[in-house]
Design a protein around this ligand. Structure first.
Ligand code: NAD
Ligand code: TYD
Length: 331
């Protein structure tokens, strides 16, 4: 296929692009603004096989340039971090809301298929059981609220204009190249540095962990086989309390458990996420990677790829860390 992949220089987008080029021979254009989370290095394995356009999805001129020749748009581009959305929410409305709208217009003008990459966080928190696609939408954070708005806009373009849309909602992803503001890479890098491991609240919040390659393949299934207008959950095979995730990382890195420090909880912190993915399984998708194996592989990747994260830990991330955690990172 000829694909426009928006946000393809980020964590999940770059994994998706690699898989599409390597396993499907797709012709891919990436449109990415290269925010703090987007890095050309993430695409280095396929650099010579794709077209790269630096630009924002909320900029119609950049979108018009990037979309030329595409048959479908897959949108990963977003502001993605809940903590940043609490501290500085406006960028989230612009990218996640307005940006999605500009892409939908570009798809409508050209009758392109459109896949929106979304999140389980649109459903809010669930104490027991799992969310299906029919569960009510009840987002808690500015991040999840703007993602919910985007999902609804996508559905409106199907109902109003007959655009061939689909939404794929993933649970918490982990794997190589995830920016270290998120739980797993943050804890791995801090553990390797002998730095504190800041667990929010009582550490008993539960996340439904999904390996990034499994999510990328799930999105590929939705692109190929999804029914227009439909939404598909894509949940990981395992759930885990945060403090257990951190203890496993401590064991895998050989760090000391005394590094674990319970810190002030995140405001509005969702207790538990859990997705039922039977609808996507009906399209032939299944998660291949169990959390134990994927976490071990991920720790190994960060241990062996300091070239990837050293520039991050020595750059603007230090200021973010100090602002957010109220203490400096170790050198
Ligand atoms: P990421 O933060 O690693 O990457 C986001 C990418 O989008 C970066 O390359 C960034 O430069 C780009 N971007 C940001 N604003 C842009 C703009 N205005 N115009 C163009 N590009 C812009 O995020 P990720 O973890 O790879 O998430 C990708 C998508 O998957 C997001 O839509 C997110 O909501 C969704 N998602 C993420 C997870 C997760 O656990 N990380 C789970 C489910 C769904
Ligand atoms: P995160 O990776 O930010 O993803 P999300 O908020 O989208 O689920 O956080 C995952 C879980 O880890 C969440 O319950 C918050 C918690 N957490 C910590 O306890 N400490 C941290 O330093 C971070 C970044 C997250």
């Amino acid at each position: 296929m000829r694909l426009l992949v928006c946000g393809g220089a980020g964590f999940i987008g770059s994994t998706f692009v690699e898989l599409r080029v390597r396993e499907h021979g797709d012709a891919v254009t990436v449109l990415d603004r290269l925010t703090y989370a987007g890095r050309p290095e993430n695409l280095r394995e396929v650099r010579d096989e794709i077209r790269f356009v630096q630009g924002a999805i909320e900029d119609p001129a950049a979108v018009a340039d990037a979309v030329a020749g595409a048959e479908a748009i897959v949108n990963f581009a977003a502001e993605t971090h809940v903590d940043r959305s609490i501290a500085e929410p406006f960028a989230f409305s612009v990218t996640n809301g307005q940006g999605t709208h500009v892409l939908l217009e570009a798809a409508r003008e050209r009758s392109l298929r459109y896949v929106q990459v979304s999140t389980d966080e649109v459903y809010g928190s669930i104490e027991s059981g799992s969310f299906t696609e029919a569960s009510p939408l009840a987002p808690s954070s500015p991040y999840s609220a703007t993602k919910t708005g985007a999902d609804l806009l996508v559905c409106s373009y199907f109902h109003t204009y007959g655009l061939e849309t689909a939404v794929c909602r993933g649970s918490n992803n982990y794997g190589p190249r995830q920016y270290p503001e998120k739980l797993i890479p943050l804890m791995i890098l801090n553990a390797l540095a002998g730095d504190h491991l800041p667990v929010y609240g009582d550490g008993r919040n539960v996340r439904n962990w999904l390996h990034v390659e499994d999510f990328s393949r799930g999105i590929g299934h939705v692109l190929a086989h999804g029914i227009p207008g439909e939404t598909y959950n894509c949940g990981g095979p395992d759930e885990c309390e945060n403090v257990d995730v951190v203890k496993r990382i401590v064991a895998l890195t050989g760090a000391d458990e005394s590094l674990i420090e319970y810190v002030t909880d995140r405001p509005g912190h969702d207790r538990r996420y859990s997705l039922l993915s039977e609808k996507l399984q009906g399209l032939g998708w299944t998660a291949r990677m169990r959390f134990d194996d994927g976490l071990e592989q991920t720790v190994r990747w960060y241990t062996e790829n300091a070239w990837w994260w050293e520039p991050i830990r020595s750059g603007a991330y230090r200021d973010y860390y100090e602002r957010h955690y109220g203490r400096a990172l170790k050198a």
